[in-house]
Design a protein around this ligand. Sequence first.
Ligand code: BV8
Length: 243
Amino acid sequence: MDAIERHADARTAVAGARSVVAFTGAGVSAESGVPTYRDAGGLWRNYQAEDLATMEAFRRDPATVWEWYGERRRTMGLCEPNAGHCALATLEERLGDGLVLVTQNIDALHHRAGSRRVLEIHGNAFRTVCSVCDYEIEGLQYDTPKSTTCPSCGAWLRPDVVWFGEPLDEALVERAFVAAAACDLFLSIGSSLLVQPAASLPEVALSSGARIIEVNMEPTWLTPEADWSFQGPAGEVLPALVG
Ligand code: BV8
């Protein structure tokens, strides 16, 4: 089956699906200018994850961790959703709550593309919460807050993201895994599928009999298992699959 036929086949699968999970990683935002984590020049090459995205690092040097998130807020805040994000927003319009969008991204670009039902399982870089009490700054912040001290308990404020070694929000994880077990089509888009527990979602879908479409620039452990795997930019492949 050549690429065109494979494409047509996958398009038919998307058109015919009734319950879909779209699972996204940094690759879906790459064409918007958001650096990915592991690609050449990816975030982690410049900084060791454990140096910046852990509670230990924050306790050790909160000012540097805030400097890093302030820089990422400024960078990501200037990025616009791309055709890949927009295609998923279109799919949500068509499927209603038949689509569950689970993202590892903290860049809020799915929301900005118009998607409404987005499970941000690793948090949102633009939200600010207290590292101790349940205080939260209203709305989104696109830079380091003027004061990083909690006005309620005096502790450090932090970005509302999940750091390595920290548990994800149980209710969000539950909804994501229930949707993966129940879907008839699972889309894995722009993820190296290396970070747990998120990377187990395609496995749950696979073992529940869902058909799998992968869109990623390079092969992953899921590639040989997928019904269709497209190694191309999500901003080009997704509109062709969903359009
Ligand atoms: C936890 C928010 C326990 C912060 C993130 C050993 C084995 C197994 C697991 C572990 C282990 N050691 C430690 C763990 C656990 C750890 C983990 O999985 N580590 C990995 C690295 C081995 N997981 C955790 O720590 C989790 N917590 O386990 O807690 C616990 C439980 C109960 C009670 C107490 C404790 C927390 C994980 C979440 C961490 N936070 N982000 C921040 O960002 O600042 S993870 C972060 O990295 C992202 O959110 C994302 O999830 C991940 C990056 O992965 P991807 O999105 O896939 O990005 P990547 O760059 O890797 O790949 C991009 C892909 O896109 C590439 O393949 C590329 O080819 C492709 N691409 C590029 N351009 C395009 C494209 N594709 C299409 N189109 C393009 N244009």
